[in-house]
Every structure is written in C-alpha cells, then in structure tokens.
Design a protein around this ligand. Structure first.
Ligand code: NAD
Length: 503
C-alpha cells in the first residue's frame, strides 16, 4: 500500500466520528447542536466534496457558552496549580496519541500537506506541555517595598475569554491560544474558523477525555459575522484573543468597544526576506523558498517579498525559478507533496486574481501563475519578478504560494522598501556582516526578525506584530500579560502619618 493510500484509510477511519452528528458544539460539558438547529457544510478543498455538517451557531449559542464559562470560572481559577497542570499535561498526551488522526483530518479540511501537518499536531502538544509547566508560576508577582508599605503584586486571571481562530493551521493555532488561557486560570469560549472546523472538535474531545471540568472550555461553531461577532460583543467575555485578517481585527475592536474588551490581535503580514550579497546565498535560497512555499503560503509569517541585492539578483532569481518549478503540488495526504490546494473557492479566486494584477502592473510572472487540474483549489507555486514595492503584489497580503522579488542597491534602500508596507509581522535578514545585521534589524519595523534563519519558533519568546500586523504578544510569560490582570496590594508596615481632614 502506498503512503497516500495508507493515509487515506486513516482519514476514512477518522471521519467516522463526524458521520452521525457532524461537528457539534460543546457547551457546559455537553455536545449540542446549534439552538436554531441550523447547520452548514464543511467542504474539502482537495476535491470540493462535502465532509460533514457543522453546527451553525448564533448569539443564543454564544450566550449559553459565555454563561457556562462564567459559572465555571471561579472554580477553575481557584483549582490548585498542581491539578490544573495535570489536566493540561493529559491534554498534551491526548494530542500526541491522536496526532495521526488530527493530521489527516487537518489535511482534508484545510488542504495543508501532511509533511507539515504531522509536525503541527506535535507542536500543538508542545504548546500544552509548555504552558502546563507555567501554571505554578502564573500568579507570581513582585515585592516593591516603599518606606511605609510592603507593596506586593499578584496576577489574577481576567475571566472568561473568547478565542477566535483562522483556518490556515487551525489546530496548532487553537492550542497556542487556548493553552495559555487555561494555564492562566481563564475559562474559554472558542469559535474556530468556519472553513476548518474538524480538528477543533477533536481537540475538544481530547480535553473532555482529559477531565476538563464542565464549562471551562466551550466550543461554538459558526460564521464570523454571527457567532464570532456575538462573542466579541458578549458582556461576560472579558477579552478576545484573535488570529486572522487585519480588517477583521478592526471590526472586532469596534464590536468590543461597548463592553470595553481587551483584545489581542495576531493579524496579517507582507514580510520581507532581505538577501545581502555577503550572505550564504544557498542557505538564504532554501529559507526564502521554505518560508513562502511551505504551508501553501497560507502563513502569516511567510516571506512574501524577496528583497535581493542587485549584484546577486539575477543569479539568485535564476536558481529560485528552477527550484519553484520543481516544487511538488499534489494530494495533501501524499507525504511527497509540498503544496496542496488553497482553502476554498473564494480564496483560490483571490490568490489567482493576482496573476493578472501582476501582469497589468508591469511585473513578470517568472514561475507558476496558473491553476493545477480542474478539481480542487490547486495553484502552481508562483514567482513575480521585475516588480517594484508600490505594486499591489508587493503591498497586499496574498496568502498563497506567491512570492514577489524586488531588487535593491543599498542597505538604506533595503530597509526603506522593507518598511514601506502597512504590515510589520516578521522580517528575515541574510548577511554575514555583523554590523550590517545590527543596523538593519534595529531599523526594521517588525515584531519578529530572524537573521540567517527561517522562522524557528521558541515558545518563551514574544510572538506578534506591529502596525497592521497586530497588537500584543504571545509566548511564554507574555501570554499571561494578556490573560491575567496585575493586582497591587499595599500593606502598611507601621503607623505612618495619615493626613487628618476635619480633625
Ligand atoms: P478572518 O479574519 O477572515 O477569520 C478569522 C476568524 O475570525 C474566523 O474564525 C472568522 O469566523 C472570524 N471572524 C470573521 N469576521 C468576524 C467578526 N466580524 N467578528 C468576529 N469574528 C469574526 O481570517 P482568515 O481568512 O480565517 O485567516 C487568514 C488571516 O489570518 C491572514 O490574514 C493571516 O495573515 C492571519 N493570520 C495571522 C497570524 C498571526 O499570528 N499574526 C497567524 C495565522 C493567520
């Protein structure tokens, strides 16, 4: 049996769990359909077939989930750290033991290739394990003595939180948000992306099997404009952790204004990879290719703009074209596949529209620029050359396997081009000149920068963007800054003088 056949069999076995009921919500410890009884269909981007039905929830379902999260909050907050930690570790173990099933479902639901999704499932387990270890220190504070007071600080969880996730790597991103929220002592209402609901449901089952108390973690499926919006407006929900498009972030900020929501936004990017002539060009090439063509280019941290020094541009682009034309587009469950289909028809249409936009703006389509096959949302990995930074292909987040190459002559020009976009999520710098690396990284407007490296995530480091790429940071203790409130308590150390009015 080929590996593709083997994975297809695993998928068929995994999909059985959705056959009878489709994807249900999970509210206050119970699997439930939407109050309205409405459902929508989840479609596989691989062959456009219907996978299963999904609960189409609205404000009523969000209300039930928010009430459940509120009722469960005090007990979860006050649960001894050791017990809360043990539940998170059980969830990590549960993810590991179901990693294959999660990976094949994720591929089928999103079109992502198995070679990346099997690792994403394991990274998700790591997220839970890492934050389980942080539980005992989550409430730690400081001692800031003054002449008359012993001032101490402690952190307390903010309350029930809403978590809204996108479809690009839905399982991993859900754990990245939910694990620190639970570790902090918050209860959760999770609204996964409507385009990729399967693995959030599996994650919920794992949590249930790991002994998560009723109401601590609630799952509500549905569309952004109804279930998502209602979550961001609900008065019992204290904060919204959101990953998605920048324009949705703006909407959520507005929707949450009346209830004074705290928001954490991880949004879009148009990230530069800057290649200086003194760099190890072979490694720079590998990293540039990996960072835009892996995960179907549907990756917020993708290096979607290549800024390459004029002196090495022609040779770099020639090698790039050869490699891009060699990337294997295919069935996501085939382990040799490097690029699968885009998530959905709308997104396929959006990505494909840039093939014409590039030409009409005067750029060259040096590789790709076409669809693959006539079923499913496959496109060829694409490279635009002869581009300038003011073109739409250099300014807008395409969110597909599409790279725009732009030349530069001086360090100042490289920095100027890199910063001249609305976004500021990541940047990648390739140089062996230390002074240049220090100067350039100091000037780049980005939340995260890697020098001579692709994006290698280290969980304690801050993750997030500047400008239209986001507000706030995730990772390590930075996550607790969002999910917790600082509380200051001053204890008088003696009988200091209190001003006496009316005495
Ligand atoms: P999206 O903004 O369309 O949707 C994300 C989520 O928001 C979905 O669950 C959706 O239902 C919900 N939503 C939509 N409208 C809403 C509203 N009015 N109120 C509340 N919720 C609403 O994003 P997408 O297309 O699913 O994901 C792709 C985007 O996510 C890209 O822009 C990508 O860069 C970004 N992203 C960012 C990061 C990061 O860490 N910065 C990581 C992954 C993806």
């Amino acid at each position: 049996m080929s590996a593709l056949e083997d994975n297809s069999q695993k998928l068929q076995a995994a999909l059985k769990q959705f056959e009878q009921t489709g994807v249900l919500n999970h509210i206050n410890g119970k699997d439930v359909p939407a109050h309205s009884g409405e459902q929508f269909q989840s479609i596989s981007p691989i062959d456009e077939s219907i996978i299963c039905s999904v609960a189409k929830s609205d404000a009523n379902d969000i209300d039930s989930a928010a009430i459940a999260a509120k009722s469960a909050f005090a007990d979860w907050r006050d649960m001894p750290a050791k017990e809360r930690k043990a539940i998170l570790i059980k969830i990590a173990n549960g993810i590991e033991s179901r990693a294959e099933e999660i990976a094949v479902c994720e591929c089928w639901d999103t079109g992502q290739a198995i070679r990346f999704m099997s690792k994403a499932a394991l990274r998700a387990a790591e997220n839970f394990r890492y934050f389980a270890d942080q539980v005992p220190s989550a409430r730690d504070g400081m001692n800031l003595p003054s002449p008359t007071l012993m001032n101490v600080t402690t952190r307390v969880p903010i309350g029930p939180v809403g978590i809204i996730t996108p479809w690009n790597t839905p399982f991993m991103l859900s754990t990245w948000k939910i694990a620190p929220a639970l570790a902090a002592g918050c209860t959760v209402v999770h609204k996964p992306a409507e385009l990729s609901p399967l693995t959030a449901r599996i994650l919920m089952d794992i949590a249930k099997d790991s002994g998560i108390p009723n109401g601590v973690w609630n799952l509500v499926n549905g569309f952004g404009e109804d279930a998502g919006k209602a979550l961001t407006e609900h008065p019992l929900i204290k904060a919204i952790a959101f990953v998605g498009e920048s324009r949705t972030g703006s909407l959520i900020a507005k929707q949450g204004a009346d209830t004074l929501k705290r928001n954490h936004f991880e949004l879009g990017g148009k990230n530069p990879v800057i290649v200086f002539p003194d760099a190890n060009l072979d490694r720079a090439l590998d990293a540039a290719i990996f960072m835009i063509y892996s995960i179907n280019g549907e990756r917020c941290t993708s290096s979607s703009r290549l800024l390459v020094h004029e002196s090495v541009k022609d040779q770099f682009e020639a090698k790039l074209i050869e490699r891009v034309n060699n990337i294997k587009v295919g069935h996501p469950l085939d382990p040799t596949t490097e690029i699968g289909p885009l998530i959905a028809q709308d997104h396929f249409d959006k990505v494909s529209s840039y093939f014409d936009i590039a030409k009409s703006d005067g750029a060259t389509v040096a590789a790709g620029g076409q669809r693959v096959g006539d079923k499913g949302y496959f496109v060829k990995p694409t490279l635009f050359t002869q581009a300038s930074n003011n073109m739409r292909i250099a300014q807008e987040e395409i969110f597909g396997p599409v790279l725009t190459s732009i030349g530069f002559s001086t360090d100042e020009e490289a920095v100027q081009i890199a910063n001249d976009v609305p976004y500021g999520l990541t940047a990648y710098v390739w140089t062996n000149d230390l002074t240049r690396a220090l100067q350039v990284t100091d000037k780049l407007e980005a939340g995260m920068i890697w020098v001579n490296s692709e994006n290698v995530r280290h969980l304690p480091t801050p993750f997030g963007g500047v400008k239209a790429s986001g507000i706030g940071r995730d990772g390590g203790d930075f996550s607790f800054e969002f999910y917790m409130e600082q509380k200051h308590i001053g204890f008088a150390t003696g009988e200091h003088k209190i001003p006496r009015l009316g005495a």
